[in-house]
Design a protein around this ligand. Structure first.
Ligand code: CA
Length: 235
């Protein structure tokens, strides 16, 4: 059952959102202001947040940034302003989607399930992630990784990697050919609920450089926009 936090200061709107989401099988918590929302997010255990931007205590954009400062939980913002620039700003500030008020219950549920789908681990269509010996040697194209020795070679040349770059590469190699989401990287490589948004990108870029490739002409490291990243053997 998806666990959703509804942040809305208008009690009647809040009640109706809670009713709609509960009817559609969500487990719902709620907050009436920005600081209440931050308290709930800090407690964790949420799969998504619906955030009204017109709150009494905090500017909606600030509330969004503060939530982003403590959690990677998907956030759908609800705005009364149908202003494209404003919406782009919010998406850039870390919103996963938006709704323009007034919106229907159907729209809310649909947007929310799309966001939950995107943030879920990769679909079972690809099968569960392979459960091979996690410390066994891995080969992808000309890349050879030995998790026990913590060494990686590309075409016979040893790569000089930081601890985190090695963990990232080994994790991607273990799931070679499968798109790995940021969420999985957070859970399995960083083992932290929240890190700066750019942290993964910074490590991916460094790794890319050490593999001798550029984002514009990727060989091993393929970024799938909005989904994640995968390691593949180049053709
Ligand atoms: Ca409001």
């Amino acid at each position: 059952m998806p666990r959703v936090l509804v942040v809305e200061d208008d009690p009647s709107i809040r009640t109706s959102l809670i009713e709609i989401l509960t009817e559609h099988g969500h487990s719902v918590r709620s907050a009436g202001d920005g600081f209440g929302a931050l308290r709930e997010v800090t407690q964790g255990g949420l799969d998504a947040v619906v955030l009204d931007l017109g709150l009494p205590d905090l500017d909606g954009g600030d509330a969004l940034r503060m939530i982003r400062g403590i959690s990677g939980v998907p956030v759908v913002v609800a705005t009364a302003r149908d202003d494209e620039r404003e919406i782009i700003k919010l998406l850039n500030a870390g919103a996963d989607d938006y709704l323009v008020k007034p919106f229907s219950g159907g729209q809310l549920v649909a947007r929310l399930s799309a966001v939950l789908r995107r943030s879920a681990p990769p679909a079972p269509a690809a099968g569960p992630l392979p459960q091979a010996d996690p410390a066994g040697p891995l080969t992808v194209g000309e890349l050879a990784i030995d998790p026990r020795a913590r060494t990686a070679h590309l075409a016979g040349r040893e790569l000089s990697l930081t601890r985190r770059e090695f963990d990232l590469l080994a994790f991607l190699a273990r799931h070679a050919g499968t798109v790995v989401s940021r969420r999985q990287l957070l859970a399995d490589v960083w083992r932290e609920a929240y890190i700066e948004d750019q942290t993964i990108d910074v490590h991916v870029s460094a790794l890319r450089r050490k593999l001798g490739e550029r984002a514009a002409a990727p060989r091993y490291l393929r970024t799938v926009r909005g989904v994640g990243i995968k390691l593949v053997a180049p053709h």
